[in-house]
Design a protein around this ligand. Structure first.
Ligand code: X8Z
Ligand code: ZN
Length: 602
């Protein structure tokens, strides 16, 4: 999702905000004034939001100097308005208002991703840098073998090449696009921190961490707790994959111990490893199908993939996508202009003008991404009748988990047979191959999902200074993912800038949370459906009863603290990784067996 306002950030008292002192000298505002303030704020923000969203859409689907200018102008105006309203909300800190108004006041205070400093020209400068960073990333290209490569080209090579000289060159090539961003990035951090401080937060990281209906420090501890729950599964997978890479490439390329070379894992950031499944597939248990090949051999094109995604949601009772979705979405990369290819889902009018923006390629990866993006759109539509400040996910991790939850069913062989992609559903003998393939994406992602914002939180707090950006990044990659670059990084490297969400300023902990929530939703859905078999074989395709209950959670938007939303569907009030560990339990036992004799860890 493209967040303009981070309407899911939690509150902090604005004690240090100058306005509260001012307010003290005036008569205390009344509850009626607080309500009137919120009503007007919602109307003003809704208007500015639509305007900024349209400008952003035009820039993201047609990057030019002029569309960057337009996006920055609209973004600056919206940012100024939201920052001003967030400060004014502090006037009502000690007014006894009804619960709905109180929640809206809190949400207003924590609604910005990058608050602008309160001085002339600052909002413009911040929005200009933000638009430029995103555009620099999205138009990034490099030369390889006499050809100019885009990120999509480079990703295709990494996914399919098994030549370590090639993967190294392409991996390093993509990272030549980011050193020019470092100066802009440092400037943006400093401005956003100044803006966050003026709102009463100690830095922008604290603002981001306050979006979870709990104390920001408690939230940081919560992420560590969740990591502890899943880390043994990651270590086991890392150990197994490293051994297979060692067997394939030999000690010089991939030693049997220590970290894994990051360019060998089939993905530009080694965040998901499914593309190298062929390298790690169990020798004795083969998979009878390959979704990449099936989509191609069945004549799928990008539109058919999206229609299939829509079909899944329709089967659980969601109304069809509006005609405008098909007319206005960007489903493939246009031939004649620069665009932001990183996939996103948009809601352009806070009602029915929902769209996706992708550069879809036919294959399993984008089959999942389509379900992911549509999940955002169905969530947006489900909460469209909420007031403006409640039009958001219960928290941002929920927003990221909806479509992934759908894809857990849509990847089951049972479903692939139902839509005619395979003829027979494989038996138990394919459980381990299926789980291993799934873990290569889902489990492999966890440490990456965690470390991106571990890095950014420290950047915002000043613990990581601009001259340490790259070394600190690699220290975290090594610590959490157990990876190493293919060779020493150059002195000017700015590798975090080569991952979309850093120049795109999209908070990342949401994806870590989403990997956990999606399994929690899946387990709850399967239990409600009366499923008693293994979780990885359960599909909710066609189950309108589950769809209806799920939609009840989606319709709540951000109107209640997220544990209420979680409880509405799962009966649980805590984020709980045990659904994920239940799902992968048979694989974990198998991996432990395979890893006998290995020195795991790094
Ligand atoms: O950015 C995304 C989505 C858009 S919200 C395509 N994802 C993360 C990434 O690509 O890094 C989905 C999985 C993680
Ligand atoms: Zn998303």
């Amino acid at each position: 999702m493209k967040p303009l306002l981070m309407t899911s950030l939690a509150s902090l008292a604005l004690a240090s905000c100058g306005l509260s002192a001012q307010a003290a000298t005036r008569a205390a505002p009344t509850p009626a004034e607080a309500k009137a303030f919120i009503t007007k704020a919602e109307a003003d923000l809704a208007k500015a939001n639509i305007y900024a969203a349209k400008a952003s859409w035009v820039r993201a689907t047609y990057i030019t100097e002029d569309t960057q200018w337009l996006e920055a102008k609209a973004g600056a105006e919206q940012n100024e308005m939201a920052t001003r309203l967030a400060k004014q909300a502090a006037r009502y800190n000690s007014v006894k208002v009804d619960a709905v108004t109180r929640r809206k006041l809190d949400l207003l205070k924590r609604s910005l991703v990058l608050p602008a400093p309160d001085r002339a020209g600052a909002a413009d400068a911040l929005a200009t840098i933000a638009s430029r960073l995103d555009s620099t990333y999205s138009t990034g290209k490099f030369s390889y073998n006499g050809k100019t490569l885009t990120l999509n080209d480079a990703e295709d090579i990494l996914a399919t090449s098994r030549d370590p000289a090639v993967t190294k060159a392409v991996w390093e090539g993509w990272r030549t696009i980011s050193p020019p961003m470092r100066k802009d990035y440092a400037e943006l951090i400093s401005m956003a921190n100044e803006g966050s401080r003026s709102l009463g937060y100690k830095d922008t990281g604290a603002l981001w961490r306050s979006g979870y209906d709990m104390n920001p420090d408690a939230f940081a501890k919560e992420t560590d707790r969740l990591w502890t729950q899943v880390q043994p599964f990651y270590k086991n997978l890392h150990c197994y994959v490293r051994a297979r890479l060692n067997e394939k490439y030999g000690d010089l390329i991939q030693p049997r111990t220590g970290p894994i070379r990051a360019d060998l894992l089939g993905n530009m950031w080694a965040q998901e490893w499914g593309h190298i499944y062929d390298v790690v597939a169990p020798k004795t248990q083969a998979s009878s199908y390959n979704l990449d090949h099936l989509l191609v051999s069945h004549g799928y094109d990008p539109i058919k993939m999206v229609k299939t995604g829509e079909g899944f949601y329709s089967s659980i009772g969601m109304p069809p996508l509006p005609q405008t979705f098909w007319e206005r979405s960007q489903i493939t990369r246009p031939r004649d202009r620069e665009v932001v290819c990183h996939a996103s889902a948009w809601d352009l009018d806070d009602r029915s003008d929902i769209r996706i923006k992708m550069c879809t390629q036919v294959g399993a990866e984008d089959f999942v991404t389509i379900h992911h993006e549509l999940g955002h759109n169905y969530y947006q539509r489900a909460y469209q009748d909420q007031p403006f400040l409640f039009k958001s996910g219960a928290n941002d991790g929920f927003h990221e988990a909806i479509g992934d939850f759908a894809a857990l069913s849509a990847l089951t062989p049972t479903y692939l047979k139902q839509i005619g992609l395979i003829d027979t559903v494989p038996g138990d003998e394919e459980d381990i191959p299926f789980l291993l393939k799934t873990a290569m994406d889902k489990i492999a992602f966890l440490p990456f999902g965690l470390l991106v914002d571990k890095w950014r939180w420290q950047v915002f707090s000043g613990e990581i200074q601009p001259d340490q950006y790259n070394d600190a990044w690699w220290a975290l990659v090594k610590q959490y993912q157990g990876l190493t670059p293919p060779s020493a990084r150059p002195a000017n490297a700015f590798d975090p800038g080569a991952k979309y969400h850093v120049p795109g300023n999209t908070p990342y902990m949401r994806y870590f949370l989403a990997r956990i929530y999606q399994f929690q939703f899946h387990r709850a859905a399967c239990q409600q459906a009366g499923w008693t078999g293994p979780l990885h074989r359960c599909s909710i395709y066609g189950n309108e009863k589950i769809g209806k209950k799920f939609n009840t959670m989606l319709e709540m938007g951000q109107s209640k603290p997220w544990p209420d939303a979680l409880e509405a569907f799962t009966g649980q009030r805590q984020t709980d990784a045990s659904a994920l560990t239940d799902y992968f339990k048979p694989l974990d036992a198998w991996l432990t067996e395979q890893n006998k004799g290995e020195v795991c860890g790094w």
